[in-house]
Design a protein around this ligand. Sequence first.
Ligand SMILES: [Zn+2]
Length: 238
Amino acid sequence: MTAFPATLGHEFSGVVVEAGEDVINKRTGRKYEAGEAVCSEEMIWCAQCKPCADGFPNHCERLQELGFSIDGAYSKYVKVDARYVWSLEGLRDLYGDEKMFELGSLVEPSSVAFNAVIERGGGIRAGENVVILGGGPIGAAACAVLKRSGASAVILSEPSQSRRDMALTMGATHAIDPTEVSAAEAVLDITNGVGARIILEATGLPSIVWPDVERIIWEGKALNTTVVLVARADDRIP
Ligand SMILES: [Zn+2]
């Protein structure tokens, strides 16, 4: 995953300073013009291996990662192949110059959350409940994505007060501290025993949260619960 020393910085936005002759801007279908506001994927996928061909570039067998295994964006310039670059110009009129770049730097973690709960997790039907374990950038973004997908209860389990507070502004309907209360009991209580359609594991501590996940599944009335793992962890789900 990492190959330090490498310059950090994998969630970023900026403007195109220079582009290669044959490089196409996906927004316009034409050559990039200097000054185009863009963000970039952090995963440098090869486009040739089986996972890449199957549409899972995040599982690329030759994956490199900006800010982890190759130099990232904590620098004045960063060089990225055009296929990883996406225009932010559609946000300029809506949010203005400064906010556009802030939002651009959030595209990467938000995309991880979207891919997890919608693409891989299959999304939800309006009115279903979801549980997010871990309120870091991915967990917080997942709260926002799922609330806007029509979730009824969006329950976040996160020990940090400031992260709980932020998630509540983004779409979480409930935020509990798992060091104070049982996450499983809280979920079953809040949902009147229904449980959840999707449980997102975004803590990186799967073996610690797993007993709660299991209880929500077994004791909840929901017939199908999808558990999506997004955090990288050395230990495995039991
Ligand atoms: Zn690949």
